[in-house]
Design a protein around this ligand. Structure first.
Ligand code: KIV
Length: 265
């Protein structure tokens, strides 16, 4: 199967075919997801919680993400590989450029993701000017968990929702190639998707965006304890991880996931 490029991701959006994405942190799971036809693999800083056992993503370092991205890249033949910029590794344009280059050169990332708002516009501009593909993460931004007071739905107030729409447009205009939207009401997901030309990938952002991403360990029922409302356990109806991931890809492509019970109003 041909490799997934940014051009292909844009054509999936144009043809209204759901863009399927998952996190992965190692070569074996990356290979499994790749063999199931996943479009995007994200080496998320969620690795701080999923792999390292921290309560938040705050302790994750660039070296951690490089290590996992390098391992994941060895497992991939087809999927587009995105790596997260950890907390405080993009606080000024030059620091951001230096760390993005490391994620690409040492880790093999094709795109970097950063948690963005108006303060990140100049950073996205700087990276885009250097031809680095950028995904801007809006909505619930886990790196700000201590400031926002927990992992909770964002953008329920009209003023906050409007600000998110404006920031999404500004980040796109600054050169972001993708937007990832976490934990927002369906209607806000829809408005942001309709305001942008670049693809919008959601996690708990409802069914109206261009694609979906989930944490692989959540869909395979590996995560212990409670999981967020937007998570669907694909092991319930499937007898193996490979069949569960295939079902996830199919459910995203055909719009069967997310269902109403996975969404916020
Ligand atoms: O780090 C992560 O896993 C993420 C999720 C939103 C997919 O950013």
């Amino acid at each position: 199967m041909p490799k997934i490029s940014l051009k292909k991701i844009n054509s999936l959006k144009k043809n209204k075919i759901g863009i399927s994405a998952l996190t992965s942190y190692d070569a074996s799971f990356a290979k499994l997801a790749d063999n199931c036809g996943i479009d995007i693999i994200l080496v998320g800083d969620s690795l701080g919680m999923v792999i390292q056992g921290h309560d938040t993503t705050v302790p994750v370092t660039v070296d951690d993400v490089i290590y996992h991205t390098r391992n994941v890249s060895r497992g991939l033949h087809r999927a587009f590989l995105v790596a997260d910029m950890p907390f405080m590794t993009y606080s000024d344009p030059n620091q951001a450029l230096e760390n993005a280059v490391r994620l690409m050169q040492e880790g093999g990332a094709m795109m970097i993701k950063l948690e963005g708002g108006e303060d990140q516009i100049s950073i996205v501009e700087h990276l885009a000017r250097h031809d680095i593909a950028v995904c801007a993460h809006l909505g619930l931004k886990p790196q700000s968990v201590h400031k926002i007071g927990g992992f909770r739905v964002q953008g329920r107030e009209p003023k906050e929702a409007q600000k998110m729409i404006d920031n999404a447009k500004a980040l796109q205009d600054a050169g972001a190639d993708l937007v990832l939207l976490e934990c927002v009401p369906n209607e806000l997901g829809k408005s942001i998707k309709e305001s942008l030309e670049v693809p919008v990938i959601g996690i708990g952002a409802g069914p109206f965006v261009d694609g979906q991403i989930l944490v692989l360990y959540d869909i395979l029922d590996i995560t212990q304890g409670s999981t967020p409302k937007f998570v669907k356990n694909f092991m319930i109806d499937h007898d193996s991880p490979i069949n569960a991931v295939k079902a996830y890809v199919d459910a995203v492509k055909t719009g069967k996931y997310p269902a109403a019970e996975h969404c916020f109003s």
